[in-house]
Design a binder for this molecule. Structure first.
Ligand SMILES: C[S@@+](CC[C@H](N)C(=O)[O-])C[C@H]1O[C@@H](n2cnc3c(N)ncnc32)[C@H](O)[C@@H]1O
Ligand SMILES: [Mg+2]
Length: 440
């Protein structure tokens, strides 16, 4: 029982612990007696980070959870691995990886868990969450803030994240022009009037290139003895036929194609019931794309409750910082390598090549298999040494793929290094003192 309660509360990771608020416990209809007992029993376990506790016998929990575990009397508990909600997020993440959208909206974003996953997707430049529950957005918004690592190792592309308080049944022109809109476990919370409005707003007005809709598959519920909805707020749960009929009708009205799939495999022997969560992936047809004119002069109905933007290499100060750091690191590495080879030569003077008076640096280390990048480095000008100064030509630095990508050319590299890193008199190489341990 401990394990099922822990999982039903979604506490298997720290992020999910936050979900165990009064309201989420209420929303999930877990009886308070069970919660109280469960809290006492699981607290010690949580602190010990030992969540794999033996399930107790003969204790029943009559909740059916709209999350990772579909829980019913203890003899019949269906556990998904990974948890069902994570499978849904993973499905959207896979779609993003596959289709590389720039602008993604999560409609009915709840605790912003999906947005917190999607912010790591390199292709995404704009992320928007909309939810009718303002408190949830305010409480969770800070989870989307950039962290120290985002400053130290900035993203390649800009990323702006905005959370809007509002109903997806209202039109707001800031939701126009999106590449992907996710509606995960949203539509089953609409009454028939709202469900009728939904396609007109999301498909007809927002008109994103792709829409992914997930909703419970009621056929799977036959595997649970309690014939109830999975969440007290659900207004309906559809069979595959019902969902597909609705989705095909919406798709044809608004010029989208739709494909059906799902997550949450049925257990062996019950394959007929289909996935626990059914999913429709809608794609706007070419003709509709032409009609999707952006009306950015339209109305702003939603209220911004949280907004943030990420450091990125598109921002010149971050790009410059990264370039300087990489040049420091590379020159330092080359200098150390040179000093090691110098010590070897001192020990074994016969290895000093005649005519190498300038101390031109060549490495004795065997190069394994040469990639295209290695070959580019081979032909790039070598570091060299004159008296006690060590020089690394900018042409060589720019030949490093990452630095080449960040700077583009030697002039830009020189500009980035500015007066932070010393160059030789004609500005063609980084110059460092061999004996000075404090600089490179
Ligand atoms: C079951 S939760 C799903 C949350 C999230 N998509 C997820 O999968 O974790 C449904 C969410 O839809 C939101 N919601 C319900 N009706 C809405 C509406 N008309 N407009 C915006 N959000 C709505 C609720 O507040 C809730 O956060
Ligand atoms: Mg739901």
């Amino acid at each position: 029982m401990r394990e099922t309660l822990v999982q039903s509360l979604g506490w298997e990771d720290p992020l999910e612990k936050r979900k165990a608020t009064h309201s989420s416990i209420l929303a999930r209809r877990i009886p308070w007696t069970v919660v109280h007992r469960g809290l006492k029993e699981t607290a010690a376990l949580l602190f010990q980070r030992n969540l794999k506790t033996v399930v107790e016998d003969n204790m029943e929990c009559n909740s059916v959870v709209d999350g990772n575990v579909e829980e019913v009397p203890s003899k019949k508990v269906i556990k998904f691995n990974p948890p069902l909600y994570k499978q849904r997020y993973q499905f959207v993440k896979n779609l993003v990886e596959q289709h590389q959208p720039k602008k993604v909206a999560d409609l009915g974003c709840g605790d912003v868990c999906l947005l917190a996953i999607l912010k790591y997707q390199k292709c995404v430049e704009e992320l928007v969450g909309v939810d009718i529950n303002e408190g949830r957005l305010k409480w969770n918004g800070s989870r989307l803030s950039p962290c120290v690592g985002d400053h130290l190792d900035p993203r390649e592309l800009d990323l702006a994240i905005t959370l809007y308080h509002g109903s997806v049944l209202e039109k707001d022109c800031r939701l126009l022009g999106f590449d992907l809109a996710a509606c995960i476990e949203l539509i089953e919370h609409f009454d028939s009037e709202d469900l009728a409005k939904f396609p007109e707003v999301v498909f007809g007005y927002m008109c994103p290139a792709m829409i992914v809709i997930s909703t419970p598959n009621s056929e799977f519920n036959s595997l649970f003895p309690c014939a109830v909805f999975r969440d007290s707020d659900h207004k309906f749960e559809w069979s595959r036929m019902q969902f597909q009929t609705w989705a095909l009708d919406v798709a044809s009205r608004y010029n989208y194609s739709v494909e059906f799939t799902g997550v949450g495999e049925p257990p062996t022997g019950a394959e007929d019931v289909g996935y626990c969560t059914q999913i429709g992936v809608f794609r706007r047809k070419a003709e509709a794309a032409e009609l999707a004119v952006l009306e950015h002069h339209g109305e702003h109905v939603y209220e911004v409750v949280y907004t943030t933007s990420y450091p990125s290499l598109q921002q010149i100060n971050y790009r410059r910082r990264v370039v300087i750091y990489l040049v420091y690191r590379e020159v330092s590495r080359l200098k150390q390598k040179y000093q090691v080879s110098l010590r070897q030569h001192e020990l074994e003077p016969e290895f000093i090549a005649p005519g190498n008076q300038t101390g031109k640096f060549t490495s004795d280390l065997p190069v394994p298999v040469l990639t295209e990048d290695d070959k580019a480095m081979e032909i790039a000008p070598q570091p060299f040494c004159i008296e006690d100064k060590f020089y690394v030509p900018l042409q060589r630095i720019i030949a490093y793929p990452r630095l080449g990508h960040l700077c583009g050319n030697v002039e830009k590299l020189r500009e980035f290094l500015g007066d932070v890193i010393e160059l030789n008199c004609d500005g063609s190489a980084v110059k460092v003192d061999l004996n000075d341990c404090s600089d490179f």
